[in-house]
Design a protein around this ligand. Structure first.
Ligand code: ATP
Ligand code: MG
Ligand code: MG
Ligand code: MG
Length: 470
């Protein structure tokens, strides 16, 4: 019998409770008092207050399963077997209590003991930081992992910006030689491959990364670990991707039914189904935690994810709101540990539906204009949409460039991307000049330069951060 995801979560918590840990419930996806983070992106993110010494926990040993959002992995979603924008991170934590020896020994026990996960030890390999001799000794001498399955990687130093940091060790599950072999230089745990699945990261926090960028030793050493529930479900349910587990299949099946398509037949269809299943979880949980679609910050991320899911829905032939109807499926899968989506189902459905309707309107309006553009181009004997045309669609109708490119491609057209970038740059220049004029009215003399550079820099970073979600 295959182990359900909810059982894996339960066992993880139980195991560490047996080792003297106290269960900390999952916190909201919206960080509290933490301007350095847009979303809670790991288990430790909600426990910083203990790690940096601001608060002392009742029990220095904590275990949790924490809902997390990461948009940096978005390009991988639907393509790799293992990446999501929303996922659960399970972790055990020591606040100045146990350190490397126990953390490694318990991780191994949990993964390999038949009472817990029961994985075959030969399928596991680890990476460590090259200078972490202590970790090497424990893995090799105490646990008995052969040298060739302990890989030293410079990048094994954990740093999430402000907060705790230090060397780490990661545990990988070998999904099989057919996915890559030694003829591929990336075929090693931690390399760019689909064979070695990273399931658990153990961080040995020894330093604090201060707001000013300096590092200071923590008064007490800490353990912070993170294991992806969806990946463990893949391993224990012996399926090919996270999307084939019981955490995603009901969503995918419900979408298939609506769209009248089948999963596992056509590659492009599967990618669309996976992206939708991924994004709807993120959207449902974000809205249930009180985030609303908007044009800035978290609300903007939410909006882009929702719109992206709508666009993948269109690829499946769905041109009416459908995402909101998946809310109940998500709520049902998750409710034994996360009651929020079920408790707020009506509200979440209303928010999603409203946003879907508005976006579909924008889409059809933009499409009408795009069709005119294409007609004109055809009449002029062009097979390319000009940068100006694409920019106008973007600037006036809120039509992102890649969307224009998608539709253009369907009609056998290309888009002049460089021309688009040029238009974008000259619009920035116009905005800058306008700002300068205003500034020069307010600021007389030398302070102007500083002001200008400063505001430009901030603006740039903010757009950068948000527009990578196409
Ligand atoms: P990867 O290298 O696969 O992108 P990571 O090294 O970025 O993962 P960590 O930051 O170490 O991941 O997070 C701890 C654990 O959380 C990972 O070992 C993995 O099991 C899980 N995890 C991380 N990112 C994701 C994601 N985007 N989707 C699903 N699970 C994730
Ligand atoms: Mg990653
Ligand atoms: Mg990694
Ligand atoms: Mg990692």
């Amino acid at each position: 019998l295959k182990m359900k995801a909810s059982e894996i979560r339960r066992k993880f918590l139980d195991f560490f409770v047996e080792k003297g840990h106290r269960v900390e419930p999952s916190a909201s996806l919206v960080p509290v008092d933490d301007p350095s983070l847009l979303w809670i992106n790991s288990g430790v993110a909600t426990l910083k207050k203990y790690f940096d010494g601001r608060l002392t926990p009742e029990n220095p040993r904590i275990v949790n399963a924490q809902k997390s959002i990461r948009t940096n992995d978005i390009e991988n979603v639907g393509y790799t077997a293992r990446h999501h924008t929303f996922f659960e991170m399970m972790g055990n934590f020591s606040i100045g209590d146990y350190f490397k020896e126990e953390a490694i020994t318990w991780a191994w026990e949990f993964l390999t003991s038949p009472k817990w996960m029961g994985l075959e030890p030969e399928k596991l390999s680890v990476t460590i930081h090259p200078e972490d001799e202590e970790a090497y000794r424990i893995w090799h001498e105490k646990i008995g992992i052969p040298e060739e399955r302990i890989v030293k990687l410079e990048e094994n130093f954990w740093d999430i910006g402000e907060g705790p940091s230090g060397p780490n060790t990661e545990i990988f599950y070998d999904l099989g030689e057919e996915l890559c072999d030694s003829s591929d230089p990336e075929c090693y745990p931690g390399g760019e491959n689909e064979r070695f699945l990273e399931v658990w990261n153990l961080v040995f926090s020894q330093f604090n990364h201060n707001p000013d960028g300096t590092y200071t030793p923590l008064p007490k050493k800490n353990i912070d670990t993170g294991m992806g529930l969806e990946r463990m479900a893949l391993v224990l349910q012996k399926v090919r991707t996270n999307y084939d587990t019981d955490l995603f299949q009901p969503i995918i099946q419900a979408t298939c039914k609506k769209a009248g398509v089948q999963y596992g037949v056509d590659k492009e269809t599967d990618i669309a189904l996976k992206v939708i299943a991924d994004h709807i979880r993120t959207v449902v949980f974000a809205v249930a935690d009180g985030v609303l679609p908007s044009n800035e910050g978290r609300g903007y991320v939410l909006r882009r994810l929702l719109r992206r899911a709508v666009r993948y829905g269109r690829k499946l032939g769905m041109d009416r709101p459908f995402l909101f109807e998946l809310t109940g499926v998500v709520a049902e899968i998750m409710k034994d540990y996360y009651p929020e989506p079920a408790d707020k189902q009506d509200f979440v459905e209303r928010v999603i539906r409203g946003e879907e309707e508005r976006f579909l309107e924008t889409l059809s309006e933009g499409l009408r204009i795009l069709e005119d553009v294409i007609q004109t181009a055809k009449a002029e004997g062009r097979s390319e949409i000009s940068g100006e045309e694409a920019f106008k669609l973007y600037d006036t109708y809120g039509f992102p460039l890649d969307l224009t490119e998608d539709f253009a491609r369907e009609q056998g057209f290309t888009v002049d991307r460089q021309g688009f970038d040029k238009e974008m740059a000259s619009q920035r220049e116009r905005a800058r000049t306008a700002r300068q004029e205003i500034d020069s009215m307010k600021v007389q003399g030398g302070a102007l330069n500083d002001l200008e550079v400063n505001s430009q820099f901030v603006g740039y970073r903010e757009t950068d951060k948000e527009t990578h979600i196409a």
